[in-house]
Design a protein around this ligand. Structure first.
Ligand code: NAD
Ligand code: GLY
Length: 360
């Protein structure tokens, strides 16, 4: 098993990455000072695939696990379903020693973390991410969230998990499109932090797309190392952590304007990364060659790179204005200065965004 540590003083934790490790998670949990009651939060699809393995592993080690299932989809990452989970925990007499397990993708991870952070003022939880996106990004770093009708991820907390348990075998059942969407976040790490990793991904494209386990473990580990380093330096996103939002200014706006139904998260982020690289080139930072390299690389993994024609420039700019990163009406972006190096919270004018995205 590969190990990555997120250093956060008394809230430090480990990310373990391996093959066929789902059935041993119970054993690992014995190391924690938690009670016997464990709530395993999942959705019907994932619990059908992997729920029993996790429940059996917990039971074998003397835990008392309860499966709590919510419907599958981003639409259910909301207050209502968080409230439903909280109600079940109360009905089951979960106390402050009880813990939660998030078994699923980013949706399950985010809502479980959110519930864990507010149930009885906070109980421990562990992440068992089952999508590539969740394994390389959302399960690490302690951002929890539910959506509000007025904005995605607008309600949430910082609440670090006690453990992240990654079994790459779970990716075998993941739909191709979901898998490739997760690759977008992996490419992001190359662009924001590690040029060598960016090149490695391009060199190993075929093996990665074939879900070669050795490559998967390698790239998940490197992605987690990068995220762990960034989160350890800036847990609350006062500065450095915002580089993880590369591609998200435009990406989130595209998701909002297309009603979260046209693009998967990683696909929208891919368009965002290319657009924001283009903006950097327009502003005179990123060279044309590096911009092309980012665009071609993202495209070569089968990810979209262009802002769809149905999106009106005015609507995109208006939506960008309500991004969480903006402060007092000023638009702030994170853009690559070169591959592996970012400009953080760079203030841009609306007119420049319009020109860079739609007029050159
Ligand atoms: P998801 O959780 O909706 O999972 C995608 C689909 O794959 C779902 O239908 C799910 O049931 C299915 N699935 C999951 N694992 C599977 C498996 N092993 N086999 C077969 N099917 C499987 O989506 P996601 O892309 O994992 O996560 C997106 C969410 O993550 C968004 O809500 C986003 O806001 C959030 N997110 C959070 C952070 C963070 O730092 N907290 C970072 C990035 C994204
Ligand atoms: N996914 C962005 C972050 O964790 O900060």
């Amino acid at each position: 098993m590969e190990k990555v540590r997120v250093e956060l003083n008394e809230r430090s934790y480990e990310i373990l990455i391996g093959k066929e490790i789902l059935s041993t998670v119970g054993e690992r949990l014995l190391r924690f000072s938690i009670g016997r009651k464990v709530g395993v939060i999942s959705n019907p699809k994932i619990s059908e695939l992997y729920g029993q393995k996790v429940l059996d592993s917990l039971k074998k080690e003397g835990f008392d696990p309860y499966l709590i299932v919510i419907p599958d989809g981003e639409a259910y990452k909301d207050f209502f379903w968080a409230y439903h989970i909280l109600t079940r925990l109360l009905e089951l007499n979960f106390d402050r020693k009880a813990s939660l397990v998030a078994l699923g993708g980013g949706v399950i991870g985010d809502i479980t973390g959110f519930v864990a952070s507010i149930y009885m003022r906070g109980i421990p939880y562990i992440q068992i991410p089952t999508t590539l996106l969740a394994q390389v990004d959302s399960s690490v770093g302690g951002k929890t969230a539910v959506n509000h009708p007025l904005g995605k991820n607008m309600i949430g907390t910082f609440w670090q998990p006690s453990l992240v348990w990654i079994d790459v075998e779970t990716l075998d059942s993941l739909e191709e499109r979901e898998f490739i969407s997760g690759v977008a976040e992996v490419i992001k790490y190359g662009v924001i932090w590690d040029k060598e990793f960016f090149e490695f991904l391009n060199l190993n494209r075929e093996r990665l797309l074939k879900k070669d386990k050795e490559i998967l473990i390698n790239i998940i580990k490197r992605s987690c190392e990068i995220k762990a380093e960034i989160v350890s330096k800036d847990e609350r996103e006062s500065f450095l952590r915002s580089i993880l939002n590369y591609g998200h200014t435009v990406g989130h706006a595209i998701e909002t304007l297309t009603g979260y139904s046209t693009y998967l998260h990683g696909e929208a982020i891919s368009i965002g990364m290319v657009s924001e690289a283009k903006l950097s080139h327009f502003l005179g930072f990123l060279t044309k060659e590096s911009f092309k390299r980012i665009k071609d690389s993202i495209k070569s993994f089968g990810l979209p790179v262009d802002i769809p024609a149905i999106i009106e420039p005015e609507a995109l700019l208006r939506t960008i204005m309500i991004d969480k990163k903006n402060i007092e009406g000023r638009i702030r972006v994170v853009i690559p200065e070169e591959i592996g190096k970012m400009k953080i919270n760079f203030e841009v004018k609306e007119a420049d965004l319009k020109k860079a995205f739609f007029e050159i």
